[in-house]
Ligand binder design. Sequence first.
Ligand SMILES: Nc1ncnc2c1ncn2[C@@H]1O[C@H](COP(=O)(O)OP(=O)(O)OP(=O)(O)O)[C@@H](O)[C@H]1O
Ligand code: SF4
Ligand SMILES: [Mg+2]
Length: 377
Amino acid sequence: MNADVEVDLVPQQPPLLELRHVSKRFVRPLDLPARIANLLGAGLSDEVVHAVDRVDLGIAEREVVGLVGESGCGKSTLGRIAVGMLSPTKGERRWRGARLPDLPSAEARRQQLKMQMIFQDPYASLNPRLRVVDIIGEAPVVHRLIAPQQQVEYVGLQLNRVGLDPTLMRRFPHQFSGGQRARIGIARALAVNPDLIICDEPVSALDVSIQAQIVNLLQNLQQRFGLSYLFIAHDLAVVKHISDRVAVMYLGKLVEIADKKTLYDRPLHPYTQALLAAIPKPDPGLRTKRVMLQGDVPSPFRPPTGCRFHTRCPHAQPRCSAEEPKLREATSGHRVACHFFETLPVPTIIARAGMANGKLSERLAAFEAAKQIRMPG
Ligand SMILES: Nc1ncnc2c1ncn2[C@@H]1O[C@H](COP(=O)(O)OP(=O)(O)OP(=O)(O)O)[C@@H](O)[C@H]1O
Ligand code: SF4
Ligand SMILES: [Mg+2]
């Protein structure tokens, strides 16, 4: 291990999708009062949100990478960059080792089909004026994966894959339940034969009883079709269930990444430790030493200097606000952005966070019931 060298995050060669040093900034224009104040000489300028900052991430063939972090830390922005819905302000995307152009060529559009996205709100993401047969069948016809006369048969096959009755394909989205709409969104993504699906909070809008069904469906499809997922979620129990590796984001930065067993057994970044300590425990006997976070979540308009976590970190030292920590390798494939991870204590009980046995449905129900325990801070 060389403590001074920033390592490339990408462990596979070549990864299916690779994000290299991607950043995204959003400019929020001044509101009317501020513009009026400027007319009077206030000298205010537009605010810039540093949503994603120099993130390196690779996703291998057939790999599921979980992405976790608090609300507003940049998960969806990173997912949208990954799938090509947003251009990064800086950095690049590579697909099977080849750079993807920012401006789509015919070849890039063909490759683009290989990356699909499933959204959090299964209703908002389905066009309410289209019947399911068109929601699922339109893209395969437009992109000539199938002939128009094959559409009905093809959509029936896709509905079967996700456990829906093909005879319902003439219905509109509002005629389905939330869980069924989630299945329609999955069928739509699968219909263009993708290799990679970005799943952005795919179950968080669903009843807890339905969540486990959809997570299990996604897992079965991933294994059956050899898919890769970037699986974005708040729920660390769900992420642990489905992921091979897990990446942790804080205020636009990747702060830790490892295979899931390493990350959940031995989290080294104080922020990851705090996230895991905040998981509600289904087993009351399974007590986790709480890792208290100090202070509020900083503004993404003015992220803290040095380590962005230093305003809340219980282990912060003067160096933390002065120098930004690089992602460094702790053990093979386990990378951590903290100046002091080698010397910090790892709370031992955290290692068992989210490790309760039982079916996912039972664990999710138990987690839901225990959700009065929240992350402090
Ligand atoms: N189009 C946009 N214009 C301006 N700011 C944006 C835009 N999209 C996202 N942001 C800002 O970028 C930051 C990251 O947002 P993002 O939606 O990626 O977070 P997230 O981690 O997905 O949050 P959540 O868990 O709530 O979905 C936030 O501060 C958000 O307000
Ligand atoms: S670099 Fe400092 S502030 Fe950041 S996580 Fe490590 S100890 Fe905490
Ligand atoms: Mg989001």
